[in-house]
Design a protein around this ligand. Structure first.
Ligand SMILES: [Zn+2]
Length: 231
């Protein structure tokens, strides 16, 4: 799964740019990565390069609205903030207790275990007011989605570039995702935060019922479904 920006062309036409979308002005800094204190570090590290757990994050410019929106790219720090502070990934407003999560059918069905097994996602929440247009315009949700209201949201994993210390220096690996408490996070240059949604209620089944495909909700006790929209 990935938290790639999902508002390809349609929202651009509409003139709305989602909060977590990266802009062309927000370039990644070409800063050298070194080993310091048994972990990777930036050669000129600054306050804000690490999160509260000490994980080093990709250093990227912060200038939303400047340049052209890159709808296929997610801004790492806004994605992390949206997850951490429950900000709507579309409009950026704090969702608080009304935070909802829209998962593609694929994400939802990837949960392992009996219903309601925790589901992991890199997509931040949406506010109730942004659900309907997200479902219509977000390409990754078009094949079917669910809207969940979880009672618990827990940090799960971090994706990014994992470095490997070698005798000839640091070697950057391919992008990967590891558990947020994996000791290897000290070698990770983080790019996106993943959470697990636990003990959730299904609020809406998107187009999973209306398509008549195999996209059936995983049934279980306590399923609360409103196919006509949000309550
Ligand atoms: Zn919103």
């Amino acid at each position: 799964m990935s938290g790639r920006g999902c508002f390809a062309v349609n929202l651009a036409r509409w003139g709305v740019v989602p909060y977590i979308t990266a802009w062309t002005s927000e370039v990644m800094s070409e800063v050298a990565v070194v080993v310091r204190g048994g972990r990777i570090a930036y050669v000129d590290e600054r306050a804000g390069d690490r999160d509260g757990a000490g994980v080093l994050w990709t250093r990227v410019g912060f200038s939303p609205g400047v340049g052209v929106p890159e709808f296929k790219s997610v801004h790492s720090l806004r994605q992390r903030e949206a997850m951490r502070r429950r900000l709507c990934q579309v409009c950026g407003t704090p969702c608080g207790r009304s935070a909802l999560w829209m998962l593609s059918q694929e994400e939802y069905e990837s949960a392992e275990g009996p219903w309601p097994a925790p589901v992991m996602t890199a997509h931040p929440p949406v506010c109730p007011g942004c659900v309907e247009r997200s479902g219509r315009l977000c390409p990754h949700l078009r094949k079917g989605y669910v809207v969940l209201r979880p009672r618990r949201v827990a940090p799960a994993a971090i994706s990014g570039v994992l470095y490997q210390p070698t005798s000839t220096g640091l070697k950057a690996g391919a992008p990967t995702t590891i558990a947020h408490d994996d000791p290897r996070t000290r070698w990770l240059r983080a790019a996106q935060l993943h959470v697990t949604l636990e003990d959730y209620e299904v609020i809406n089944l998107g187009n999973m019922l209306t398509t008549g495909s195999q996209a059936r909700p995983r049934s279980g006790p306590g399923v609360s479904v409103s196919v006509s929209g949000l309550p």
